[in-house]
Design a protein. Structure first.
Length: 471
């Protein structure tokens, strides 16, 4: 009873005594685990977050001051750094062992109808290659180009961690050295009732917890020891991306080079928005610092503004691919305001004080998440680098046939995009591919059109392909 009284004393000031409604019915082992959950929660922080839940940023005031971000544009003669210089700088950094890769992979494939970590989803157009395998093979291929292994970090969530670890072990890390695979788990935050801020229970002895967003990477990266481990290995910069994009050109030399030669602490890949309503974050410069304005927050009057050449004034759409300096990340781990929490109103199942399960039909709860792009304003010399969405951006989001505003987010559309790129590379080398045939090229076979041309010249690729083929 002393433990219960102690917990009640801690919970009472924050109106959270209901968490112990089922305490007396719990076994001793359950009580200990549940008490540990409670001890891990900062209830004062939760109270402040809930109180400020309707605090709105004056987006209009921000956008009125917004300018284009410093950018390296596709096919532009005005870029301050030449493409050849950027490529050489990127190659030098890779060869010197200064680059590591980090993929954010905490999500499950729920919207895809896939009850496993999304990185395990088979997306290869011919071989059903998983997202994880594709990303690992790209990393290994890049390392072979520079004769240097590249550490590969994976951020999981509590719901995906064990299965992800087991998956990599089962497949022997797809050829990656054991010392080059670093897996760590992001943190969580309690879900609270939208109506009164009370923490929800998922079970009599379990608080309803949710991953703390892709911005949770910063704290988890530090707490896991991965940040310091990489710095000790001489790593200076981190190539960051999200697991659901199989077109990410991992550790691209040109991208790295623009970052290095610009002395940037955080560089972001962007695509040119096709319409004002494109569902991507908008990167802009405000008072000399880069910010992301989410598409849902951008007023139409600003989203539709155009420059004299008729292109969109707010054009830079983030695809969640970044390069970050490790020294910058280390500094930001000590800055508690660098990554504020955002709120998301969601439907969260819970049990009531009588132990009855409740499955809400409308949003009933608030989840708290951090976003990695909130690091942008703190970064010195932050820049963006434009890439072509046809070759760099194919986010896998929804199951085939799902209602969607995006034409490039289902397994079928993503597989087609992957195959179309492979066929384009083959066609450039003079190889004929029959209609309605799909092709998949492993990065370990060829990770650039030039590398594929060498394979063709070596006689490793037939001049005519008339059936689905994976190289």
């Amino acid at each position: 009873m002393n433990q219960k009284h102690s917990l009640l004393s801690r919970l009472a000031p924050f109106g959270q005594k209901h968490l112990l409604a089922h305490w007396d019915a719990l076994a001793d082992s359950q009580r200990q685990e549940f008490a540990a959950q409670i001890d891990g929660i900062n209830f004062a922080q939760l109270a402040t977050l809930y109180t400020n839940r309707d605090h709105l940023i004056d987006v209009v005031a921000m956008v009125e001051r917004a300018q284009e971000p410093p950018a390296y544009r596709l096919d532009s003669d005005a870029n301050a750094i030449s493409r050849s210089d950027a490529i050489q700088a990127g190659r030098d950094a890779l060869a010197a062992g200064k680059v590591a890769v980090l993929v954010v992979a905490g999500g499950q494939g729920t919207r895809l109808g896939f009850d496993h970590p999304k990185g395990m989803f088979p997306i290869g157009p011919v071989g059903n290659t998983t997202l994880f395998q594709m990303h690992i093979e790209k990393t290994i291929a890049r390392g072979r180009q520079c004769n240097r292994s590249i550490p590969f970090c994976v951020m999981t969530s509590p719901t995906t961690h064990d299965e992800t670890v087991g998956f990599f072990a089962k497949h022997k890390r797809f050829g990656l050295a054991e010392s080059d695979l670093l897996i760590f788990c992001q943190g969580t935050m309690p879900s609270v009732s939208l109506a009164d801020g009370k923490v929800l229970l998922a079970a009599p002895d379990q608080i309803a917890m949710s991953p703390d967003g892709h911005g949770g990477m910063l704290a988890a990266f530090q707490l896991s020891g991965c940040l310091d481990q990489l710095r000790e290995r001489g790593i200076e910069m981190l190539f960051y991306f999200q697991v659901d994009n199989p077109l990410v050109d991992i550790a691209n030399e040109e991208f790295l080079g623009y970052h290095i030669l610009s002395r940037s602490e955080l560089t972001s890949q962007v695509v040119r928005k096709q319409t004002p309503q494109d569902r991507v974050g908008n990167i802009v410069s405000i008072d000399g610092r880069l910010h992301v304005i989410e598409y849902s927050d951008l007023p139409d009057e600003f989203a539709t503004r155009r420059k004299p050449d008729s292109t969109l004034a707010i054009w830079a759409g983030s695809i969640a691919v970044h390069i970050m300096e490790l020294d910058f990340l280390k500094r930001q781990t000590e800055n508690k305001s660098s990554l504020p929490f955002h709120i998301a109103k969601k439907k969260v199942p819970y049990i009531d004080t009588n132990g009855n399960p409740v499955a809400p039909q409308e949003p009933n709860a608030i989840k708290f998440e951090r976003f990695i792009f909130d690091l942008l304003p703190a970064a010195d010399n932050a820049i963006v680098v434009e890439v072509d969405s046809r070759y760099h951006f194919a986010p896998l989001k929804n199951a085939n046939g799902s209602p969607t505003d995006s034409p490039a987010d289902s397994p079928e559309s993503v597989r087609k995009q992957l195959s179309d790129i492979s066929i384009e590379w083959l066609t450039l080398t003079g190889v004929r591919v029959a209609p309605n045939v799909r092709v998949e090229i492993s990065p370990l076979f060829a990770n650039t059109p030039e590398a594929l041309a060498e394979r063709v010249n070596q006689g490793l690729v037939p001049r005519d392909i008339d059936r689905n083929t994976r190289f």
